[in-house]
Design a protein. Structure first.
Length: 123
């Protein structure tokens, strides 16, 4: 990625006002966890907002990563079992997992308070 592309992308992210988000889905993979841009620019305002304003963070484990041992993200309960990332599931189980997660997300937006923090015993 060239510098001008990086700065345009960075400006776009800043314009998204990450600090105002109330609900964030993080698509966790090894690439996500290794990204300097994500860890230095995107995550800090999200994590601050979670701590200060109660933003709900929902990690969705797409592929194997060191999510569970990360000092910042490992404290959040993921939507699916980190030892069984989406890319390792059969098609049927993958689709069922995404469906169950979508119901949990829907409940967040239809109720004033997050009720599905356990993700319905998802794992």
């Amino acid at each position: 990625m060239g510098l001008s592309t990086y700065y345009r992308y960075r400006k776009k992210v800043e314009d998204m006002k990450l600090e105002r988000m109330q609900f964030v889905i993080l698509l966790i993979s090894a690439d996500f966890m290794a990204s300097d841009f994500i860890t230095s620019d995107e995550l800090p305002p999200i994590l601050r907002n979670a701590q200060n304003r109660g933003t709900t963070i929902l990690p969705l484990i797409v592929s194997a990563s060191y999510f569970s041992s990360d000092k910042n993200l490992g404290q959040y309960h993921s939507a699916n079992d980190p030892s069984k990332p989406l890319n390792q599931l059969s098609k049927a189980l993958h689709e069922k997992t995404l469906h169950d997660i979508s119901l949990t997300i829907r409940s967040y937006f239809t109720q004033s308070k997050w009720i599905g923090k356990d993700f319905e015993g998802h794992y």
